[in-house]
Design a binder for this molecule. Structure first.
Ligand SMILES: Nc1nc2c(ncn2[C@@H]2O[C@H](COP(=O)(O)OP(=O)(O)OP(=O)(O)O)[C@@H](O)[C@H]2O)c(=O)[nH]1
Length: 769
């Protein structure tokens, strides 16, 4: 057997690299050149490998025998022994090697004929071997036997493919001559990963078992299914030979004899047989290694540099700098998720915090009813009770404002809880966002815990404050019912709308108050139908309200206290209300009624006029204390008709009954009016609140938390001298660094090993040739 130093070095170099990575317990993503033996079950794979060594050392038996990949490193050596990777024991007796393989296979896969891709590594040192690394893989099978898993075929196929798909792997495709080469599973599989046949070497076994008169010459001469690396034919021991313990060396001689004497193969004899195959493989593996060496070296060099950089950073970076870097990155990610840019916006399975907040603001909040949905009947009942209670022992001819206030306030109060709910929601989003981004700090668990504690306590503090402010906001709404709110006038639009439906009763009771009153000097007094709404006082010819007689807007008006039956409306400057009427004096039928009208006017925002020098009523009612200008503009319709002077008080249009049960009692009517007013007013409050909530939460909670994180996090660790404590490396991190260190060492060592042969590349190339 021939060998040369260069080739020997190349295969050994790869073995050394393998060992180097294994010793340091490092899995490198580097594929070392190797030869994988592929074939169907019982095609003769093990027999070929055994013949390389000249020893019976592989387990034999029926069915599937090779159940874990066996990485077989053959090393030329003066002494003959074997050594496994999983044990320190040195084997000189090869029968024991056989047993150890079986035991080690069973240890991992069990005895149920299952398979595993965890390899067994066996080194065989011998003067009879050439340096070669081969991987014996489980034989392909179609049908599960015994309690083998049903997907055994698929499992074995994928295991084989896992090895042979690597470009650095040569494929030894073993096919028995007893089967048609066109159906060779080994060649089919090899073609899948090596369609041009660059890496595939064909081996034909069992040539001695071919039917008489047939031969495999066409295949062996590489004519039938040509492969770039060709075919080698071998004759192994038959089962009978094995059973008879036929010496393997004698079998090797018989093999040579077979080829030399066989009429079909005689001319090929020096290119056939196990011995020749071993030499071919050794040469081809060496060439293959040589071809792969530059790429391998380059890959190792890159990995070495990357590891060196990473390793250096871990070692060199000071705790302070690292803390700053970690916190900056954390803040960037946290903010990025909220703002929708930067950071780790890589989520595809869930909404980012920012999107979720946006959804809450723009969908949930928009549809929020603030617990204001009420049941019409119970609402009416409640309002009726409120009206009666607020009236106390007195009856009220106008809509009781206090009852309205009370009902509105009760409803607004219900909004507190939903308002606070939004604060809780956003606070949870912030907390979750924070937790998910601190999750990445597993290397520094102390830092992660401290950050979480710090930020959560701040978020909770701000949540509480924000909730307090929400309550205050609602309390403010409750403290002052703004009946002069611009939007509250919408009630008149509603009136008009209702009027157009012709529902007379409904329309009447959407007015705040109405009554026949008189105006002007008593001598010229006329009776008119007065209607008071939230912002105007109109008087009509009669209660059909078809012909308007007079109209004033109430804005900027004041009302005097009533004196007896009378009260007056004056403008802000103390001037007359209407130019044609020197004073708008209104006379009621009783002092109580006059008092109620004054109250009513005040309740819709008409200020009270308390000037003691002012002469009201009586003696010279038309002699005005006020100048004409402060005129209220009449509507076009009023202008057209002109104003008439009015006198005398007429009875109220509706004869309100105190009977609780009768329909359209005064209370019923008032309830209806209040209901509309309440709904109208609540709409305003809800609109304001919906506008305020996101602003308050964003400012008081989100912006504040972001600012807090910007200014306080790093400072907190400095001030409390926690930097070194929180930057302690976790056990995991320490393991990672250790692993990194080992990889770095392994890589460095591997480069050294390669470089030791790399300098001699030209010589090696020549040697291999
Ligand atoms: N006559 C003859 N028998 C052979 C030859 N090669 C293998 N055999 C027999 O075929 C059977 C299977 O051989 P193995 O070498 O165990 O086949 P294998 O491919 O390793 O089998 P698995 O590991 O189960 O996949 C054994 O009984 C061998 O003796 C050969 O060239 N000639």
């Amino acid at each position: 057997m021939s060998d040369n130093h260069g080739m020997k070095n190349l295969v050994l170099t790869i073995n050394k690299l393998q060992e180097n990575f294994k010793n340091l317990n490092v899995h490198m993503d580097i594929d070392l050149p190797q030869i994988a033996v592929v074939g169907i079950q019982s095609s003769g794979k093990s027999s070929v490998l055994e013949k390389f060594i000249g020893r019976d050392f592989l387990p034999r038996g029926s069915g599937i025998v090779t159940r874990r990949p066996l990485i077989l490193q053959l090393i030329t050596h003066t002494d003959e022994y074997a050594k496994f990777d999983h044990t320190e024991e040195v084997f000189r007796n090869f029968e024991k090697v056989q047993k150890e393989i079986t035991q080690e296979t069973d240890r991992v896969v069990g005895t149920n004929k299952g398979v595993s891709n965890i390899p067994i590594v066996l080194k065989v040192f011998s003067p009879n071997v050439l340096n070669l690394t081969l991987i014996d893989l489980p034989g392909m099978t179609k049908v599960p036997i015994g309690d083998q898993p049903q997907d055994i075929e698929h499992r074995i196929r994928s295991m084989i493919l896992e090895f042979i798909k690597k470009e650095t792997c040569l494929i030894l495709a073993v096919t028995p001559a007893t089967m048609d080469l066109a159906n060779s599973e080994a060649l089919k599989l090899a073609r899948e990963v090596d369609p041009n046949g660059n890496r595939t070497i064909g081996v034909i076994t069992k040539l001695d078992l071919m039917d008489k008169g047939t031969d495999a010459v066409e295949v062996l001469e590489n004519r039938q299914f040509p492969l770039k690396r060709g075919y080698v034919g071998v004759v192994n021991r038959s089962q009978k030979d094995i059973d008879d313990k036929k010496d393997i060396k004698i079998a090797a001689k018989a093999e040579l004899e077979f080829f030399k004497t066989h009429p079909s193969y005689r001319h090929l004899a020096d290119r056939m047989g196990t011995d020749y195959l071993q030499r071919v493989l050794n040469k081809q593996l060496s060439e293959h290694i040589l071809q792969n060496l530059p790429a391998l070296r380059e890959k190792l060099r890159k990995q070495h540099n990357a590891l060196e950089n990473e390793f250096k950073t871990t070692e060199v970076t000071s705790n302070v700098r690292l803390l700053n870097e970690i916190i900056s990155k954390f803040k960037l990610d946290f903010r990025g998720e909220l703002d929708g840019y930067g950071g780790s916006i890589t989520k595809s399975d869930a909404l980012t915090s920012g999107t979720e907040i946006n959804r809450i603001y723009n969908e949930e909040l928009r549809n929020e009813d603030f617990n204001l949905n009420f049941d019409e009947d119970s609402f009416r009942e409640e309002v009726a009770i409120t009206i009666r209670n607020t009236n106390g022992m007195y009856s009220n001819i106008f809509i009781p404002e206090k009852a309205f206030d009370k009902v509105v306030v009760t409803f607004i109060n219900k909004m507190k809880e939903p308002c606070q709910k939004y604060v809780t929601k956003i606070s949870s989003i912030l907390q979750n966002n924070m937790i998910s981004h601190t999750e990445k700090l597993s290397r520094h668990p102390e830092l992660r815990e401290e950050l979480r504690k710090l930020i959560i306590s701040h978020i909770l503090e701000r949540e509480a404050l924000c909730k307090e402010r929400m309550i205050e906001m609602i309390d403010e709404e409750m403290s002052y019912i703004n009946k002069l709110h611009d939007d509250f006038k919408l009630i008149e639009e509603k009136e008009e709308q209702v009027e157009s439906t012709g529902d007379e009763i409904e329309r009447k009771f959407t007015h705040i108050g109405f009554l026949y009153l008189t105006t002007g000097r008593l001598s010229r007094a006329e009776k008119f139908w007065f209607v008071l709404t939230t912002n105007s006082l109109s008087w009509y010819k009669d209660d059909t309200e078809r012909e308007v007689e007079g109209f004033v807007l109430l804005g900027n008006l004041k009302v005097t206290d009533h004196k007896g039956l009378n009260f007056r409306l004056i403008d802000n400057d103390g001037k007359n209300v209407y130019k044609d009427i020197s004073t708008l004096r209104i006379t009621c039928k009783s002092p109580d009624e006059a008092r109620e009208w004054v109250d009513m006017l005040q309740s819709v925002g008409v200020g009270s006029f308390k000037n003691s020098t002012m002469r009201l009523n009586g003696n010279s009612p038309e002699s005005s204390l006020w100048h004409v200008p402060g005129v209220m503009e009449p509507t076009k319709e009023v202008e057209k008709k002109g104003l008439k002077k009015v006198t005398n008080l007429l009875k109220p249009k509706h004869n309100f009954s105190n009977n609780k049960t009768s329909k359209n009692t005064r209370v019923d009517q008032q309830v209806e009016v209040i209901k509309n007013l309440v709904i109208n007013y609540l709409e305003i409050v809800v609109k304001n609140t919906k506008d305020r909530i996101p602003k308050m939460i964003t400012w008081l909670l989100i912006t504040n938390v972001l600012n807090y994180m910007d200014h306080n996090l790093v400072a907190h660790f400095y001030e409390n001298e926690l930097v070194d404590y929180v930057m302690q490396k976790s056990q995991l991190e320490q393991q990672r660094i250790e692993k990194l260190h080992n990889m770095y060492k392994a890589c460095k060592e591997a480069l050294k090993i390669i470089d030791s042969v790399y300098g001699n590349m030209t010589k090696l190339t020549n040697d291999v040739k």
